[in-house]
Design a protein around this ligand. Structure first.
Ligand code: BYC
Length: 326
């Protein structure tokens, strides 16, 4: 349906990409020019962007649930206000990203439909439960930390609207990361019980956070092409390594232990060597078999149905306005 229409738009009347336009596109990407919505682009570039930006948008929207779970149980008014602001930021990120995806010629309704029907993915990380308050710290510190590592390079993405949306998103993610780290710091400097809670959260969120970067480069389907197009600037494995290198010293500062027996610093390379995430678990989560996949989607569908009256009211208002103008 939509993809056919988009493919036609990116092809010449003979149904073949015009070599001159493709060469010009490649030149512009190589020269670090931004590609804008009305510029010609290869159909596959458009499709990849829609896939990645919408997966990112859906992740922000589904990502509100694990933390939303703790809004009513935050340990103080200040903690509650901060967490509420963070969850609201995530809703905002979802909206900028849906808007960025819409500039590629797909409608919001189609994007939402792809999420609700299970056609589009969202990040594996949000299919894990938030069992204690320390999970709010671990999510901010590790999950937002991984998101920043992944997303800062996307501020230089070749597609203008995505790159610009990422600038603001990354600024807000930095605040999220700091608030998570501060929760972990408070707990790890607290009572034995609080410190144990922080360690338990690190134990449960460490490996899923490493999985956020996607499969190894050798198994990455889109990685190489996305790097050529300058949508991605670093490979999945490069970003995972950067994340481990940045985060292990932070765990040391907190006095917490990263749950990896193979973890060691290699002075020769200046990098940490670390163990393998459980890739069977990753595959299962992507198949919809993670601990919370069903719950997350059921909640999202319910929220969408509950919001039907808002969409109907907006449509009725738009129709009335159109009739008045005509
Ligand atoms: N979860 O060829 P590959 C956030 C899929 S942060 C689920 O390497 P690509 C937030 C991948 O889609 C999270 N699926 O793909 C943080 C592909 O399947 P399809 C969102 C995953 O695109 C805190 C297949 O595996 N961030 O929002 O080159 C609070 C093969 O992978 C995952 C972004 O989306 C995964 N972890 O690289 C609130 C950042 N990993 O599509 C919210 C932008 C891989 O062919 N996205 N897959 O069916 C990216 O940078 C890239 O899309 C990825 C994957 C690194 C995620």
């Amino acid at each position: 349906m939509y993809s056919q229409a988009l493919d036609q738009r990116d092809e010449s009347p003979r149904g073949v990409d015009d070599a001159a336009r493709l060469a010009r596109f490649d030149e512009r990407v190589a020269a670090e020019d931004k590609i804008e919505p009305n510029d010609w682009m290869p159909a596959a570039y458009r499709k990849t962007l829609i896939r990645q930006i919408s997966q990112h948008a859906h992740s922000e929207i589904i990502g509100m649930q694990p933390e939303g779970n703790w809004l009513t149980r935050a340990p103080s008014l200040r903690r509650k206000a901060v967490l509420l602001a963070k969850v609201q930021d995530e809703a905002g990120h979802g909206l900028y990203l849906y808007a960025a995806a819409e500039t590629l010629g797909i409608t919001r309704e189609e994007l939402v439909d792809q999420l609700l029907t299970g056609k589009a993915k969202y990040s594996s990380i949000f299919n894990y439960p938030t069992l204690t308050w320390a999970d709010m710290g671990a999510i901010g510190w590790l999950v937002d930390g991984a998101a920043i590592m992944n997303q800062v390079p996307i501020c230089r993405c070749s597609y203008g609207p995505y790159a610009r949306a990422m600038v603001r998103i990354c600024k807000e993610e930095s605040f999220h990361q700091r608030q998570g780290f501060e929760i972990m710091l408070t707990l790890s400097r607290g009572t034995d019980e609080q410190k144990a809670m922080a360690q338990d959260a690190l134990d449960r969120w460490w490996w899923p956070s490493l999985m956020m970067f996607g499969p190894h480069d050798a198994s990455s389907v889109h990685g190489e092409q996305s790097m050529t197009w300058k949508i991605k600037r670093f490979s999945n494995d490069e970003l995972r390594q950067k994340f481990v290198d940045a985060t292990v010293p932070q765990a040391d500062f907190l006095g917490l232990r990263v749950p990896d027996d193979e973890l060691r610093y290699d002075a020769g390379s200046g990098h940490y060597v670390f163990g393998e995430p459980d890739w069977d678990e990753f595959a299962a989560v992507l198949r919809g078999e993670g601990p919370c996949n069903e719950q997350r989607m059921a909640h999202r569908r319910r929220a969408h149905d509950d919001g039907a009256w808002v969409r109907e009211a907006a449509e009725a208002h738009a129709a009335k306005h159109k009739a008045a103008v005509a």
